[in-house]
Ligand binder design. Structure first.
Ligand code: FES
Length: 178
């Protein structure tokens, strides 16, 4: 910096330093938010391509014990599952976590299907498809039932969703999503 600039703006170097410090401080929360947000769309793999740690909307891993303790029987709650798709975890009426989850993506044109507790069904608001409480399609235009994934717990107590390769227990047919 030239001495003429110093003369025109008193404490210029000090001001510049404070501006940089302010910029860095303000950037940190933004970077952290962007990182958390991006993790929702790019799930962190456990190393096994057939296995995904379930995450909540903030990208945090979900402990099975915490999940069960803080939800009512009959709950169906969306979490981030395989391929980043929203999946329903289900608490049975006896308070246990069901051993399967449902991919919430409608098999018609891909809307996320909400759970309608009053109807005891998943009902897609886009074009009116209905799925029963196990995700089996009971009214079109959706051509197929909601995809299944196994629900398990890893060594850290976190819920993991695993690829369902066996027959679909609802239709006794091979899984269409394999
Ligand atoms: Fe669900 Fe069309 S996208 S019925």
């Amino acid at each position: 910096m030239s001495s003429s600039e110093e003369a025109l703006v008193p404490d210029l170097s000090k001001r510049m330093f404070l501006n940089y410090a302010l910029l860095c401080t303000a950037s940190l929360p933004v970077i952290q938010m962007m990182f958390t947000y991006s993790r929702f769309f790019f799930p962190v793999s456990s190393g096994n391509p057939d296995e995904t740690v379930a995450r909540d909307i903030e990208g945090n891993e979900i402990k099975k014990e915490d999940f069960i303790k803080t939800r009512k029987p009959g709950t169906r709650e969306l979490v981030q599952g395989p391929k980043g798709d929203p999946h329903y975890l289900i608490i049975s009426e006896d308070g246990e976590l069901r051993p399967y989850s449902l991919d919430a993506v409608c098999t018609h044109l891909g809307c996320v299907v909400p759970w309608e507790a009053g109807e005891n069904q998943f009902i897609c608001h886009c074009h009116g498809s209905h799925y029963d409480s196990t995700g089996k399609v009971v009214r079109g235009p959706a051509p197929l039932s909601l995809a299944l994934a196994h629900v398990d717990v890893n060594e850290n107590g976190n819920i993991v969703l695993k690829t369902w390769k066996e027959k679909d227990f609802r239709t006794d047919s091979d899984p269409w999503w394999k």
